[in-house]
Design a protein around this ligand. Sequence first.
Ligand code: AMP
Ligand code: ZN
Length: 114
Amino acid sequence: MAECLFCAIVAGEIPATTVLETDRILAFRDINPQAPTHVLVIPKEHYPTVAALAAADAELLGEMITAAHRVAADEGVSETGYRVVFNTGPRAGQTVFHVHGHVLGGRLLAWPPG
Ligand code: AMP
Ligand code: ZN
């Protein structure tokens, strides 16, 4: 079993509801959704934070953003509006240290966030 929760999902050791998969990216539904659309987009390769990914492989980060926007379109929220969030570090609420973008939509999203 992989030590990292999202590496375990990539390895198929923990089940997830996949909505999009490419050779380097996986997108699956958040287990505790905060909005009608709440999908997590991750690289299959392990990087702890978006900052670490940006420093190591900016092209892969671009693929993540492209995938996030494709998910929003597939979920039907690209016209009404959606948010792509990278919680980075413990005081921003990051609990899983495998970089992930939250794609949130389908309801009015408050700004600024709490
Ligand atoms: P963050 O707090 O930004 O690190 O986000 C971690 C997210 O992972 C939270 O929104 C959790 O609900 C979600 N999560 C935790 N375990 C699972 C799982 N097994 N499958 C899908 N989402 C999960
Ligand atoms: Zn990982």
